[in-house]
Design a protein around this ligand. Structure first.
Ligand SMILES: Nc1nc2c(ncn2[C@@H]2O[C@H](COP(=O)(O)OP(=O)(O)OP(=O)(O)O)[C@@H](O)[C@H]2O)c(=O)[nH]1
Ligand SMILES: [Zn+2]
Length: 295
């Protein structure tokens, strides 16, 4: 039995990249899966048997355990979300960055922040703009899809993992994906050959294969920015720099807004929590409470 990962699903066929060799097999599901009503997603790890080695065809026999599942796009086993923002055009919107960070924290994915278009402001300015986030402990890479600055570092961060890009419109997500993907098609000839046969005008989610073993979802995730599924009481927990203080307030049910003797607000005054992050927190809190529902 072989093991591999579904990198594309199309018209009843599942394209499985073998873990043992650099080959993509065109597979079908065993009939029993239809009766059992089991869904298979791009990103799923499977066991399969080979029907014809020359034709690279096979049959999926088993679904291996899934660590995570995202619905839009439907992808299983995502290891990290790459939040792409631009240092300029569009101007870096911190509250929007905090909203994306909150969503990804709430889903429990690992996070990499990618600041693109550094060619427009210069690396120093781009880094200064993210200093608070690096202090909090977020990993940040600085890129330019235009000059290719930082693309090696980004590729390293994608190594051996399944990543999805997310971020606002116009920041360069497609440009970065295009920079990453031609390499993959050149180096993994058989992969692209098999995949091209199934290309079609309808959009289907696919994984882009990098030659360092990294996989990247070809469409951005987190297109809905609604946060009202998050409970008021857990909001501060998803702000990493607030987490350590939330248990130390005078009141157990403190929401860190207007309560007295709030340890979070004390940390804010002492400069341990950035003012702009706290402003985002208050804004999201009132949104969750239903006082302001703009999304
Ligand atoms: N100067 C500069 N321009 C860039 C860079 N990356 C992308 N752009 C430009 O920014 C514009 C938007 O890029 P896209 O790649 O379409 O951005 P996107 O994030 O995919 O946008 P949506 O498809 O709306 O989500 C295009 O005109 C790109 O040429 C960069 O690093 N530097
Ligand atoms: Zn408090």
């Amino acid at each position: 039995m072989e093991t591999g990962r579904i990198i594309k699903a199309y018209a009843g066929y599942y394209y499985v990249l073998s873990f043992e060799r650099d080959v993509v097999y065109e597979t079908r599901l065993r009939g029993r899966f239809r009766q059992e009503d089991i869904d298979f997603y791009v990103g799923d790890r499977v066991e399969f048997s080979i029907i014809d080695e020359d034709e690279q065809t096979g049959v999926i026999e088993e679904l291996l355990p899934r660590s995570t599942k995202l619905d839009r796009p439907a992808v299983a086993n995502i290891d990290q979300v790459v939040l792409v923002f631009a240092s300029q055009q569009p101007e870096l919107n911190y509250e929007l960055l905090d909203r994306f960070l909150l969503l990804v924290e709430a889903y429990g994915f690992e996070i990499l922040i990618c600041i693109n278009k550094v060619d427009l402001v210069g690396l120093n300015e781009a880094q200064e703009a993210l200093a608070d986030y690096e202090d909090i402990g977020y990993r940040v890479v600085y890129t330019s899809a235009e000059t290719e600055h930082g693309l090696n570092r980004l590729t390293e961060e994608l190594q051996g993992r399944l990543s999805v890009l997310a971020g606002p419109s116009g920041v360069g997500k497609s440009s970065l994906l295009n920079r990453l993907s031609p390499e993959a098609e050149m180096d993994v000839g058989k992969v692209s050959q098999k995949i091209k046969q199934g290309r079609h005008t309808t959009r289907h989610v696919e994984l882009i294969t990098l030659d360092n073993g990294g996989l990247v979802v070809d469409t951005p995730g987190f297109t809905s920015l609604r946060i009202d599924f998050i409970a008021e009481r857990e909001l501060a927990y998803f702000f990493r720099e607030m987490r350590e203080y939330t248990g130390q307030c005078k009141f157990n049910d403190c929401l860190h807004s207007s309560e007295p003797e709030c340890r979070v607000k004390q940390a804010l005054e002492e400069g341990e929590i950035p003012q702009s992050r706290y402003d985002s927190y208050l804004s999201f809190l009132s949104e969750i409470k239903g006082e302001d529902n703009q999304w």
